[in-house]
Design a protein around this ligand. Structure first.
Ligand code: DLL
Length: 445
């Protein structure tokens, strides 16, 4: 119970020994991919590389990246699963497609060994943010095809918690369990966490009931490390809020913040992490921002060699206050290359709008970014739509409007329109939110 580590030997392994372990596992993975997967063999041959050229960990840089689109194309060319599936079907135990928000879902498969290590690394992350035997874990990650619900479920059993397998639904029941089953841990997307806190406040407004929640971990989308959102989660739910990251192709919930809240800790014994400049395709220096590229060091069924996540991070190997030696990404995921919005030549990310909107106590946490084309004036328009917590007299509303515009101007380097929507009219979600509404028409400027 008192040990801060789930697996002390691995989590505090000196970095030279960690690299030695990675090296051994990398050679095993590249070798088996080359010999057992026509997908990898063709790609490696085309790039003029093979397992024999690996003389050190850094040589992985000579191997080609894999993108989601390439996996999609491979699935289409070699239905149904593509030839990157190495394990024979008899060894498969679970299938988890990606959410398919940016195209046809890509299937990934877990063998029995994969299920075992995914459950174990999820227990490791949960332990690192403070889950302990006896906790009542309300698992509001969606169950089923999505990767994260089951991973957390299995990890709860390993740790020895009572898991409430409620998934992303039934908000009234969620609140009933929080209050009456005395849940101590909440696992959800940040959007749903914020929504639950709004609903909980309304439920308990006239009642003396308090909750036993003490911590929550929020992932599947950005939020937990956006300062204003973290504050909304922590104050709204009366907890410590941590960030959780993962992706279907690599694995769910394999990295989270520890109790030091000092960024996402990578599980480097299982994943080789690279940060790549998207233009030069070369590694950036430590601490610089680039695209996260991940190689599986243990995955057996659908291993990824240099998977191009499209998520932007910076990575540091500076020791963390918690004592773990594995590298961290401070600030979490800094953006997603395909989430970037270009408006009149200026780039911004929805997270920047979120930070501003959620710093206003007068506004609910929900918002939309609407982009459309004013065809008469032949120009694009960007509006940030927000909700007031309660109606304000017109002069106060005007002052708020100006303050909001001014902070958005500072954050985005242009001034969007600001619109107030009636309270509770912007749809809330139990899954991942889609807050950008794009209806711009291409025309000659
Ligand atoms: O979202 C897996 C997951 C669920 C991880 C819950 C952690 C907690 P996918 O549906 O494949 O998998 O979506 C993966 O979501 O590439 C990121 O762009 C985004 N994402 C996930 N977690 C975070 C986060 C799961 N903590 C895609 N911060 C990733 C920012 C995140 N973005």
């Amino acid at each position: 119970m008192d040990n801060p580590f789930w697996n002390p030997d691995i989590e505090t392994l000196p970095r030279d020994q960690l690299r030695a372990l990675q090296w051994e596992r990398l050679r095993w993975q590249v070798e088996r991919c080359y010999h057992q997967s026509a997908f990898y063999r063709e790609r490696f041959d085309k790039a003029g590389v093979h397992p024999g050229i690996l003389a050190s960990l850094d040589d992985i840089r000579r191997f080609p990246f894999v993108t989601k689109q390439e996996l999609r194309d491979e699935q289409a060319a070699h239905p149904y699963f593509g030839r990157y599936t190495i394990a024979p079907q008899g060894e498969w135990r679970e299938i988890h497609p990606s959410t398919g928000t940016t195209g046809k879902p890509v299937h990934t498969i877990w063998s029995a060994e994969d299920v075992a290590y995914i459950a174990d690394v999820t227990a490791r992350t949960m332990w690192s943010f403070g889950v302990r035997p006896g906790d009542v874990v309300q698992n509001a990650f969606s169950y089923g095809l999505w990767v994260a619900g089951l991973a957390v479920h299995y990890a709860c059993a390993k740790i020895g918690c009572l898991v409430v397998p409620i998934g992303a639904q039934l908000t009234e029941r969620q609140i009933d369990y929080i209050l009456n089953l005395k849940s101590t841990v909440l696992i959800a997307t940040p959007s749903y966490g914020v929504y639950l806190s709004e609903q909980l406040r309304q439920t308990t407004y006239h009642s003396p009931l308090t909750t036993h929640l003490r911590l929550g971990c929020f992932g599947g989308e950005p939020g937990a490390e956006v300062p204003a959102t973290r504050q909304a989660l922590e104050e709204g739910l009366g907890i410590k809020a941590y960030d959780y990251y993962g992706l279907a192709e690599i694995g769910p919930t394999f990295t989270s913040e520890c109790v030091a809240q000092a960024g996402l800790h990578w599980s480097e014994d299982l994943h080789l992490i690279e940060v790549i400049d998207p233009d030069t395709k070369e590694p950036v220096s430590e601490g610089e921002r680039g695209v996260l590229v991940i190689t599986h060091l243990a995955k057996t069924a659908t291993p990824m060699i240099r998977y191009w996540t499209n998520d932007l991070v910076s990575v540091t190997t500076e020791p963390c206050a918690c004592g773990r030696t594995h590298a961290r990404s401070v600030g979490g995921i800094l953006g997603r290359a395909d989430d970037m919005i270009i408006f009149m030549g200026t780039n911004f990310y929805p997270m920047q709008v979120e930070q501003v909107v959620r710093s206003f106590k007068e506004l609910t946490p929900e918002y939309r970014i609407r982009l459309w084309t004013d065809t008469e004036r032949k120009r694009d328009v960007c509006a940030v739509v927000v909700e007031l917590v309660e109606e304000l007299p017109p002069d106060c509303r005007d002052v708020l409007h100006e303050r909001l515009k001014s902070l958005l101007r500072t954050a985005l380097a242009f001034t969007p329109q600001v619109e107030f929507a009636p309270k509770d009219t912007l749809e809330r979600t139990a899954f991942k939110a889609r807050r950008v509404e794009e209806r711009r028409e291409a025309f000659q400027r």
